[in-house]
Design a protein around this ligand. Structure first.
Ligand code: HEM
Ligand SMILES: [Cu+2]
Length: 838
């Protein structure tokens, strides 16, 4: 076949579509393709943005005049809480993820993300969680304790209605989605870059997303833990944060901001990534100081985990700690400044043109830098004491959130619009939209600094006339309506362009990165063939790339085997290592998320028996999913590959699943560390904390629980080692033996749990031990179940000499389970009595 013949290129496309194409109608619910999922994330996030914006307009209308009674105080509380919550959790994070999910494979020359079903699952969790959360607003029982849900305000004593439960359960649900996207993106970036794309060739956007994804992996689990604990306190009376029971509300603040500060950078990094992509394209030159920017991204990621206490300067923490966190907060300005200088230098030495995406990028530079400066002011402890909880803070964080997140997002939307739709935005309408939003924003929020300095507190539903706050508030509200008009104009422009927009020519902005080599809009498989890419600017170096890709001149050109394939490559050099066989469309992600939504709703309505059933059903779906994941008949371990190509990943020892498991365990480890932190914190700081006279767990009881676990682990490791040396004698039997040992461990565990005199509703001490034991027990159970599934899969022939890969992945889980068991043992059982010896 001569692929340069246009007719053949068409045939080629049809063959690929057979395997990759998206179904229509109801079956669209089964789609897992990253292009579709990414767009779904973005559109859904856009709808939530409009909802959050509507609430903002309600707030500004209420505050326009003194003594205004459009909203009652109760409703006002719900409105600002939901405005903040929707903007942070349902708009900003998911839309950024949507961008990443859509763009990353295209930028690194892959055909899809590495775990496509996981992204689909993440999307459904996000959608269902968002609907559950916002439904509370319609019923006027929305959460009302502010977007950071401080206890005791959010506890069952002061917030008796279901509002806080909606927040805690809904947000946890949405966070499953964020963490799964985080895991997915890390592994995809590390393991599926096209041939030759070493780390040093990655587009900056990919670096930014890598940092964001890792921060999600480490940053979200503390909040997941916090939400679970607070929900347990509210629903089951376990006193983690209630002082009377030995808890401490400040622990909630720590857990929240351990997440909350990194969250700010989780939003800002991808936004900066968009800017770093756009500026060089419109300045017609590579970014200035690529290496410096990469360094800045990495340092920002690290430093931002050491700043959380600056949200708590007024709480009454030790002076030394205040000084430390104040200094650290100022330090984070350094890497940010490096990026700003790189952008300015790029503009300075290039020949910029002012297309719509550039307007937004410049708007971003002005507003964000101003917001950064008020941020440095707030990092000064005495200043923070003056303006804490005033509208000055509201002005500051809208400068960074709107300037640093919304404007770059708009820049990104306008930049990639031709990619999404194949059409160009309207020149005039898009400019009007920008200027209205930019001017409206500045009027609204510049003046808010003044109202704040004049002493107007945030989160109050109205104010008396004559305090000097009347005029600034009125101006601010007028500004917000101008801004809303801008949003409407942009929306109109975007909606209309899908019909009337001029058709985009290929690579309309003259960009340098691989995503612009796909057709516009892209096919489901992105690239008919995967090009080698050992440069940062593939399209600038080789403008013909589009047609050679399409005409089949590069890698993985065959499709008659019916598999969805992409390269698996070395994380550092980008050398090709294996062919990754990607799973196809499936109902399972949708169904699993649906069952999880049922779980969430039954917990909200306190139908605990229904909740158990729903939990079991979702576990069943997830296990079924894992069953289909590895080798199976369609991927047959002895399937053919093209001569000279590397092996399928299921035949190697270190495919992407191993990375997926590792990154999952990092997230899990972050949750575990937060739990240990909670234990140590309550022990050392909580004012009413008490160790019981007789410890509920004896050192020898738990020791006997742990020994069979360790024995099972060592056996498992041995089996895996033999498997790697192609020794599969009695493999199935051995796996069943390991399950047997695991079962003994579980039985002993149950025996200890039943006999331990734990009273989790009486004291924080017992409450947190109970949670830790349940955590360990669930891990052990899953380890045994996974081992049993492996034994079954050996019997089916999916695991063995030809496909040795899955037990290696499961081994990690066993190692982790044993590790957390023994760490808990030492910290919870051994340490406290030693401490009291002296
Ligand atoms: C579109 C224009 C917007 C306007 C006019 C607006 C207005 C406001 C106002 C007046 C408040 C303070 C309410 C009070 O304390 O009484 C507020 C709070 C807040 N806004 Fe916005 N906002 C806008 C967009 C955004 C965006 C895009 C984000 C995030 C990406 C955001 C995040 C927040 C957060 C987190 C709070 C704190 C809520 C709380 O105190 O619990 N806002 N907004
Ligand atoms: Cu912070």
């Amino acid at each position: 076949m001569n692929r340069d013949d246009p007719q053949d290129a068409q045939d080629f496309h049809h063959q690929f579509n057979e395997v990759w194409g998206n179904p229509r109608g109801l079956l669209a619910l089964t789609i897992v393709n990253h292009t579709t999922i990414g767009l779904r994330f973005m559109v859904t996030g856009g709808v939530f943005f409009l909802l959050g914006g509507l609430l903002a307009m309600l707030i500004r209308t209420q505050l326009a005049l003194p003594g205004h009674d459009l909203l009652t105080p109760e409703i006002y509380n719900q409105v600002f809480t939901m405005h903040g919550t929707i903007m942070m959790f349902l708009f900003a994070v998911p839309v950024m993820e949507g961008f990443a999910i859509y763009l990353i494979p295209k930028m690194i020359g892959a055909r899809d993300l590495v775990f496509p079903r996981l992204s689909a699952f993440g999307y459904w969790c996000y959608l269902f969680g968002g609907i559950i959360l916002t439904s509370s607003l319609v019923m006027e029982i929305a959460p009302a304790s502010g977007w950071f849900m401080y206890t005791p305000l959010s506890s069952s004593v002061y917030s008796p209605g279901p509002g806080s439960d909606f927040w805690l359960l809904g947000i946890t649900f949405v966070e499953i989605s964020a963490v799964s996207a985080g895991i997915e993106l890390v592994v995809s970036i590390m393991r599926t870059r096209t041939r030759g794309m070493g780390l040093q060739h990655m587009p900056l956007f990919v670096w930014y997303i890598l940092a964001m994804a890792l921060m999600i992996v480490f940053g979200f689990p503390p909040l997941i833990l916090g939400s679970i604990l607070l929900e347990l306190e509210r629903a089951a009376g376990m006193p983690f944060f209630a002082v009377a029971g030995g808890g401490d509300p400040i622990l909630w603040q720590h857990l929240f901001w351990l997440f909350g500060h990194p969250e700010v950078y989780i939003l800002f990094l991808p936004a900066a990534g968009i800017i770093s992509t756009i500026l060089p394209v419109f300045a017609r030159r590579p970014i200035a100081g690529y290496r410096w920017v990469v360094l800045a991204i990495i340092t920002t990621g690290f430093i931002s985990f050491g700043l959380w206490v600056h949200h708590m300067f007024t709480v009454g923490i030790p002076h030394l700690a205040q000084a430390f966190f104040s200094a650290a907060s100022m330090m984070v300005a350094i890497p940010t400044a490096i990026q700003v200088f790189a952008w300015l230098a790029t503009l300075w030495s290039g020949r910029p043109t002012y297309e719509p995406p550039m307007l937004w990028a410049l708007g971003f530079l002005f507003v964000f830098v101003a917001g950064g400066l008020t941020g440095v002011m707030l990092a000064l402890v005495p200043f923070d004491w003056q303006v804490h909880d005033t509208h000055f803070v509201v002005a500051h964080f809208h400068f960074v959130l709107v300037g640093g997140v919304l404007f770059p997002l708009m820049a990104g939307i306008y930049y990639w619009l031709p990619h999404f739709s194949g059409r160009m935005p309207h020149r005039l309408l898009s400019r009007w939209g920008f200027w209205l939003m930019f001017i409206g924003f500045n009027i609204t929020f510049i003046i808010m600094h003044v109202t704040g300095l004049l002493g107007m507190p945030r989160r109050v539903y109205t104010f008396d006339p004559g305090l000097g706050w009347d005029l600034p508030n009125l101006i601010s509200s007028v500004g917000s309506f101008i801004m809303a008009a801008g949003v409407a104009t942009c929306l109109l422009d975007i909606v209309l362009h899908f019909r009337f927009g001029e058709r985009a020519k290929r690579n309309p902005w003259g960009a340098d990165t691989l995503e612009w080599t796909t057709s516009l809009p892209p096919s489901a498989y992105n690239f008919a063939t995967l090009p080698e890419c050992a440069t940062r600017h593939p399209l600038w170096d080789n403008p013909d790339l589009q047609s050679t890709i399409e005409h089949g001149h590069h890698d993985l050109a065959t499709i008659d085997h019916g598999r969805r394939e992409t390269w698996g490559s070395d994380p550092v050099t980008g050398k090709v290592r294996e062919i990754i066989h990607l799973p196809g469309n499936s109902w399972l992600p949708f169904l699993a998320a649906l069952a999880t939504a049922a779980l969430c709703i039954s917990l909200l309505s306190k139908q605990y028996s229904v909740a158990i059933v729903a939990a079991l059903i979702s576990v069943a779906f997830l296990l079924r999913w894992s069953w289909e994941n590895g080798a199976h008949p369609k991927a047959a371990p002895n399937a053919e590959v093209v001569e000279g190509d590397p092996p399928l990943h299921s035949r190697t020892h270190d495919g992407p699943g191993l990375w997926g498991m590792t990154v999952t365990l990092l997230a899990n480890g972050s949750l575990f560390m937060s739990m240990l932190f909670g234990w140590l914190y309550l022990w050392t700081v909580a004012p009413q904390w008490q160790f019981p006279e007789n410890p509920p767990l004896s050192w020898h009881g738990l020791l006997f629980v742990g020994l069979p676990l360790s024995a099972a682990l060592f056996w498992f490791k041995r089996v895996v080692k033999q498997l790697k040396q192609d020794n599969t004698a009695q493999l199935q039997l051995k796996l069943w033996g390991i399950c047997g040992l695991g079962a003994i461990h579980l039985l002993a565990f149950v025996a200890v749990l039943v006999r331990a005199p734990l009273a989790p509703t009486q004291s924080a001490h017992d409450a947190i031990i109970t949670v830790m034991l349940i955590y360990l027990f669930l891990h052990s159970t899953l380890a045994v179940v996974l081992c049993a599934l492996q034994a079954l899969r050996v019997r089916k022939g999916y695991v063995g000499k030809m496909a040795p890969y899955e037990p290696v992945v499961v081994e990690k889980w066993w190692v982790y389970t044993a590790a957390v068991f023994w760490i808990t043992y030492v910290v919870v059982v051994i340490l406290p009595p030693l401490w009291s010896l002296d």
